[in-house]
Design a protein around this ligand. Sequence first.
Ligand SMILES: Cc1cc2nc3c(=O)[nH]c(=O)nc-3n(C[C@H](O)[C@H](O)[C@H](O)COP(=O)(O)O)c2cc1C
Length: 393
Amino acid sequence: MWPNERLINLFDIELPIIQAPMAGSAFSDMVVAVSEAGGLGSLACALLSVEQARRELETIRRKTSRPINVNFFCHQQPRSDPTRETDWKRRLEAYYVQMGLDHNAAVPSANRAPFDEEMCDLVLEFQPEVVSFHFGLPDRNLLARVRRTGAKIISSATSVDEARWLEDQGCDAIVAQGYEAGGHRGMFLTQDVSTQVGTMALVPQVVDAVKVPVIAAGGIADARGIVAAFALGAAAVQIGTAYLHCPEAQISPIYRQALKDVKDNETAITNVFTGRPARGIVNRLMREVGPMTDVAPEFPLAAAALAPLRSKSEMAGSADFTPLWSGQAPRLNRELPAAELTRQLAEETLEKLRFIETMASPDVLAQAAALATAGRPLSGWPPVASTGRVGRA
Ligand SMILES: Cc1cc2nc3c(=O)[nH]c(=O)nc-3n(C[C@H](O)[C@H](O)[C@H](O)COP(=O)(O)O)c2cc1C
């Protein structure tokens, strides 16, 4: 039914559509909806405490017995660098003054924690079918513990080198994350954003370089993108931004509105919010301080000094200091419940694939040649049968 069923078989899912893990934006409701529809729902844990993650996983396991993905960041926690942190606060000082905030007050600590023993215990307890990582992989002992649960392990690569490295460490599949992708870049062998590769170029080169199945991510939001991903050799797609429009996405009204209004050329890669490059909708902080700056402390420390600015401006209805993560294809989005979006994407993709298959059959090509020779119009021809419903009702 699908041109490449390696991922469907590996993860035991019906549709090769993975709802991207989205820290802070997608929780149990979204995961359950997508997994129940036949795709793979993903719970991102980077912004959750162990207790919060446990509650989400309890809800998910109560509501669905379908496979799920649980996702973690696995960066190295940076050492505190007081000079850099002071420079960063100085860079933001004018905004503090403008917003009537105390520039000398202690700032809340940044809360993006890497995968650790406690989160690993949670994986052992809930046994998710897939565990995914961003920014490389955790240390060997933790990874071995995850592997012993039987979970399939995947991680993001933004280059062929990263994909090969992940395969060498035993990853079961690789997410090829193109430059178009919303949110943090999974890059871990380089810090050079200027050489990051687009999805169209990255996916086939990764497919050629590794033996494990490849998942295409970045700027994919409709059936045309999914068909293209399969044509490039991917075995599934991971879609983020398109799911942010679903009612299940837990995002603020300002973020939802910004996603509705944003144009294709209004996102950029920035490190001002966390210290690591991530793609988001251009806003005041990105325009005036970034989009990239050497002053921002290392990930995730940059977020701490911004927190007071962000909460004060959000209270006033402004997104000036809020990260508005978005990929480069925001105009393709549609507002649908996550299950319906998953099924529609699958149905439309299968319809397009069937059309292509019909067009490429020798009989049809011969008929087309005959019509063209006779000077007859080809529009609306050949008729293509509908594929019917897919996934779970
Ligand atoms: C709001 C948002 C949050 C994200 N958070 C995570 C995360 O926690 N973990 C992760 O592996 N990827 C995260 N990503 C990146 C996605 O996994 C994926 O690479 C990206 O969404 C694909 O591009 P698209 O948004 O154009 O579909 C995030 C993306 C977005 C838009």
